[in-house]
Design a protein around this ligand. Structure first.
Ligand code: AMP
Length: 370
């Protein structure tokens, strides 16, 4: 459905997915006077605690989807692995934002790459592969080592492995579960950055400043805002993100991950991937920007004007609390300006994101950790 006028205060927003992103979206919706209805198969979803209504059902359960569509005024999603058929099914009865077409593009790495390369937007060279033999053939074109990534359902380094030589192909193919994949040339990046951008239903966009993302064990550990890159490159990164959301006629917040490549002092950008949702590298905005990414997303899908993406402190650092780290919260958030966000997850497991801390810093002296 295309029409999506201004949602009346008190209207209900449907959110597919009940993790921390759904939870923070529901909290932002409540601040704007909306109710949230979370649809998630997991009965222990952290978003349930802060929502007015819940559905526990499989994403493929069309009867449950129909009841959900009847109970809400607009549907959004907090993760890109919602089955696209379910999004199209819902969209027949209630507007789904961002559109199912954007979801279709972003949930498959091959589609995403074709979208970018067709538009001349730089990304790592790739080949689509569907067998170990194809991996080995593609390696000839792309140079070893290369990265084998499943087309769908990969996250935090899962579903990917490095292929060092043609005789690695069989093993690598098994490692990723023999799923349809892409083989990607390694980008010799200097730094990983991302742009979180919002686009509303009138076509207006608001891009946050590019941020620097630092990973540990394939999981985002720290985001620093703003990224320490030249102004011209920051503007170029925002312009690419704008072009992507405009081309898709996108409504909502998107995270665009990019590599900064330094070739003998000349800096350039290559897109890594696009997330059609609020993004972990935008969590700093909860305390560090005039309008946070969750509110921005709700504004966009509810037909409200976008807020300012300006930073309200010169530097902000977001640190994810992973596994048991949340137990050390007193030590980790010891300075004034350290803002604590915990997701209310009952059980901590290695690699599980339990919360994050936003550190706002106004100076570059010894006390500044950014
Ligand atoms: P992804 O799941 O595609 O975001 O990949 C996870 C991480 O693997 C990225 O954040 C990079 O650190 C690394 N990576 C992915 N693709 C490439 C590439 N083509 N070249 C170099 N590093 C990569």
């Amino acid at each position: 459905m295309t029409s999506n006028p201004l949602l009346e205060p008190g209207a209900t927003i449907g959110i597919l997915g009940g993790g921390q992103l759904g939870r923070m979206l529901a909290m932002a919706a409540a601040r704007l006077g909306y109710r949230s209805h979370i649809f998630c198969p997991d009965p222990d979803s952290p978003a349930f605690d802060v929502a007015a209504a819940q559905t526990v059902a499989a994403y493929e359960d069309t009867a449950a989807l129909d009841d959900f569509a009847a109970a809400v005024s607009v549907v959004t999603y907090e993760f890109e692995n919602v089955p696209v058929d379910s999004a199209f099914h819902l969209d027949r009865n209630v507007p789904v934002r961002p559109s199912p077409a954007a979801l279709y593009m972003a949930q498959d790495r091959r589609n995403e790459k074709i979208f970018l390369t067709d538009r001349g937007i730089a990304a790592a060279a790739f080949s689509a592969v569907d067998s170990a033999k194809a991996v080995s053939a593609a390696l000839d074109k792309l140079d070893a080592p290369a990265i084998l990534k499943t087309r769908r359902l990969g996250y935090d380094g899962k579903g990917q492995t490095t292929v060092h030589a043609a005789n690695d192909a069989e093993g690598a193919w098994r490692t990723i579960g023999e799923a349809r994949a892409i083989l990607e040339r390694v980008v010799p990046f200097e730094r990983e950055i991302s742009v979180v951008i919002a686009r509303d239903q009138t076509g207006a966009t608001a891009a946050y400043p590019p941020v620097w993302n630092i990973h540990e064990n394939h999981i985002l550990k720290t985001t620093r805002a703003p990224a320490p890159i030249p102004d011209t490159l920051a503007k170029e990164a925002q312009a690419i993100a704008s072009r992507i959301v405009e081309t898709l006629d996108y409504v909502g917040v998107m995270g665009v991950e990019m590599f900064v490549v330094n070739r003998e002092g000349e800096l350039s950008l290559a897109i890594n991937e696009m997330a059609p949702r609020v993004h972990n590298s935008g969590h700093w905005t909860l305390d560090g920007a005039a309008t946070d990414q969750f509110e921005q997303h709700i504004r966009a899908i509810a037909g409200l004007p976008l807020g300012s993406p300006e930073m309200i402190a010169p530097r902000v650092e977001m640190t994810n609390l992973i596994g048991d780290e949340a137990n050390d919260i007193t030590a980790l958030a010891s300075e004034a300006g350290d803002c604590i966000h915990l997701y209310g997850k009952a059980e901590s497991r290695p690699g599980r994101k339990m919360g994050h801390i936003n550190r706002l810093r106004w100076s570059e002296d010894g006390s500044a950790k950014v």
